[in-house]
Write a protein that binds this ligand. Sequence first.
Ligand code: ADP
Length: 449
Amino acid sequence: MIKKILIANRGEIACRVIKTARKLGISTVAVYSDADANALHVTMADEAVHIGPAPSKDSYLKADKILKVAQTLSADAVHPGYGFLSENADFARACADNNITFIGPGPDAIAAMGSKSAAKHIMEEAGVPLVPGYHGDDQSVETLRQHADNMGYPVLLKAAAGGGGKGMRQVWKAEEFDSALQAAKREAMASFSDDVMLIEKYLTQPRHVEIQVFCDTHGNGVYLFERDCSVQRRHQKIIEEAPAPGMSESIRQQMGEAAIKAAQAINYVGAGTVEFLLDGEDFYFMEMNTRLQVEHPVTEKITGEDLVDWQIQVANGQPLPKAQHELQLHGHAFEARLYAEDPENGFLPATGKLTLLQPPAESKHVRVDTGVVQGDEVSVYYDPMIAKLIVWDENRDRALQRLLAALRDYHVAGVTTNLEFLYNVAASEPFQKAELLTTFVEKHESLLL
Ligand code: ADP
């Protein structure tokens, strides 16, 4: 049984994991960089070890160093959070080789989902629906162009190794194909040192709906319903919610079962998210994220489950705490991501000292997940997310009122944030009417800024 967990992360997710570990009587080890010496996750953990300079590549991405700390302090497990080493198959393998439990899926499952084209081959075989497209090995310009022409425009070029919306290009007509391909390949090479491309039919009005799955080492798999993450800007999520508005029981069940099929096709263990595009009643596999997601709290609010607790139980080799028929969806939850960024200046990340940081009061309706306190510095080194504001109520309308009230009660000074932008999104008529499409922000930009 796990007695001590090293958290190979920082910020809100490190704090989030520590909270559950504490609840379970498990002791915690934090790691930190120069920039984080006084960070909240360091003060919350039972022990903390400095691992290097501020840049991630010299600290939070230093797999060897982090593993060494785990060994030295006799941590029997590592929780990777999200980002950093969380989807690094080599790190997961190194943990296992050193008898340290990696709280996540096995290295093979991580590797299988690491390439969008390899993942699609696996899902195709497992019978999970895919967006029509090409994900073959022949990467010649002629072949790619031929496939795009046959599919019909618009198409979407995607880097097989991609993530964070990088290496992606829409192509609206045949004449633009070659130059778009070049640009996408260039970006993919610069970001991932790999310019293998896949092509998908570009869906013009889809929703991004993802399914939370959980599998244990005894062959059990369940889905904890869906999250709608359609409200995005440049493929970055802004406000997520659960359940997805207007979802029929039948589609929910079909998507849930497809997601479990996807997970079981790679012998998945632990928490995972299967992302789909939903177009009317048709849904298509996009990718699987082999970690806990940023937006997991909305799922926790509508199911009443603690997903980090589940992760730890599964990592201990215990069966899943609940079977599918024991899981119930109750009420509605939103998560808004509070960022240090400037909406009036192209959403450029902002830095500075949080001279005032006053979140709304927490209750059964309001939860704030954060890794900073008033007086902390938002630096250039890491993701500029300040906090996640999560609200819950009996139905969407009530939850939305909670969200608006909580956003009004959030006070930040010293650093420019997207607080007002979040409020404008939540207060907008299309959002109130749940007209959720991935093109939402683009379409309503004038209303939101
Ligand atoms: P990344 O891994 O870079 O985040 P994804 O494949 O997850 O890329 O896609 C990110 C977003 O791009 C999706 O949430 C969706 O908004 C949009 N997208 C992806 N594929 C398509 C498609 N075939 N048609 C329309 N939009 C798409």
